[in-house]
Design a protein around this ligand. Sequence first.
Ligand SMILES: [Fe+2]
Ligand SMILES: [Fe+2]
Length: 480
Amino acid sequence: MAIDYTERIPNNVALAENRRLQRALESWQPNYLRWWDSCGPEGTQAYDVYLRTAISVESDGWAHFDYVKMPDYRWGIFLAKPQEERRIAFGDHLGEPVWQEVPGEYRSLLRRLVVTQGDTEPASVEQQRHLGHTCPSLYDLRNLFQINVEEGRHLWAMVYILHAYFGRDGREEAEMMLERHSGDADKPRILGAFNEQTPHWLSYFMFTFFTDRDGKYQLASLAESSFDPLARTCQFMLTEEAHHMFVGETGVMRIIQRTCEVMNALKTDDPERIRAAGAIDLPTLQRFINFHYSVSLDLFGQERSTNAADYFTTGLKGRYRETRISDDHRLSELTWPVQRPADGSIVCEDVPALLAINERLRDDYIADSQRGLDRWNKVIERQGIESPLYLPHRGFHRQIGAFSDAHASPRGELVTAEEWQRQRDSWLPTEDDHAFVASLMQPVTEPGVMASWIAPPARGINNRPLDFPYVEWADSPRGE
Ligand SMILES: [Fe+2]
Ligand SMILES: [Fe+2]
C-alpha cells in the first residue's frame, strides 16, 4: 500500500479506515510536537534542513530529499510490506501462521518489549539536543537532524503499535514515552545508556556507532517476531537505522583520518602536540571507544536470562537473522558458550542456548562492531601508523551481568579493585579529556568547511556537493 501524504498522519496502514485509532493518534500528535519543541534539537524550529522523508517502503527509491523545517517533518507510520503466508520461525509456535493480533497470554510480555524499545527512540533525541550549537560542519549538522527526526519517527512506530494493539494500557504507555526524560532524576529513561550525556560530537559519533548499533540488533530480533505488525514495523525502521550506523562509522573514521594527518605532519605521537594542533590523539579515542562500547554491551542484558528465553519460546523476539540460522529454532537441546569471571580468571562454559539468547545477540553485535573497528584501523594503517585501536574485552567496565562485580582490564585481565581504580584514567575518558574535546567544539557553519578535528566526508548527501548548504537559517552563512 502506498503512503498517503494527504493525511494528518502519513501512513500505509489505512489509518483513515479506523477512525478510533486515527483520533487517538491525532490526539497524541500535539503532545509529541510539544515534546519535540521542548526536548528536541534546541533553537532549530526555523531552520531549513535538507532532509530525506520516506515516501514508500519499497527497497529502491523510498526516500525523497528536500528542505524541511523540522517541526513540519512528516512523521508517519510505515510498515514494511507483508510477507504472504508468513509463518512463525522459532519457539513453541514454530510453523504456525504469524499473528495479526496479540495473543492474550503474551500481552504484558509483548507490551514490555515494545515500551522498552520505544523509550530509547526519544531518549537519544533528548541526549543530542544541544549538539546543533557546536556542529563541525553543515554536512554533519544535517546528518544529526536527519537522525533526530528518524528517531522521532521510530517513536511514532512504537506508539502506533501501542495504540493499535494494546488499548487503554497502550495509550497510557504512549503518554509515558513523552514524560520520561533522559537523565531525569525522577522519571529517567528505562535503560542506562540512554540516561548518559552526549556532551559533544565525539560522544555523539561514538554513540551512533556503538549505541545505535545495539538498536539495530534489537530491531533485527524484533523484526523476526511472530506478531506480524511489530515485525513489519521493525523491518522498515532498520532501513532508516542503516544511515545512523553510517554516520557513526564515518564520523569516527574522519576524526581518525584527521588525527593521523596531524601525526604525520608533525612526525609525532605525543598526545599533547596532537591536541595543540587541534586534533584528538588516538589514546583519547581509545578511551572513548572503551566507554561507549562497554555501556552499549550492557544494553543486551544478562548473559543468562529467563526473560530472554521466554521472549524466544513464546515467539515474541527471535535471534539475529533467525530464518538464516540452521538449527531446530527451538533450542531445547543446544548450548552456547558464555564467559564469566571465576577465581581470578575468565572461564568459558556451555550454557543452555535458550538461556543464552542475550549473549548470542551480544556476540553478533561484537562481531559487527569489530568489522567497523577494522575499517577504522585500515585508515590508521594506510597513514603508516602502527597503533591500532581495539575493542576492549566484553568484561571491561560492565554494570550488568556476570562481570558487573569483577574488575576486568580492557585487555581482559582480572585485577583488584584498587588496581582498576589506579588505571581508570588510562582506560576511560577523564574530565580532562572531556574538557579538551569540548574546547574543540566551535561551530563551523560555512558551507563545505570542516572543524580542525575532523576530515571531510568522501561525498555529500544525495549526490549534492560537499559545499552544499545542507542547513539554512535566517543569519546563516550561505556561501556563494
Ligand atoms: Fe531508532
Ligand atoms: Fe538510530
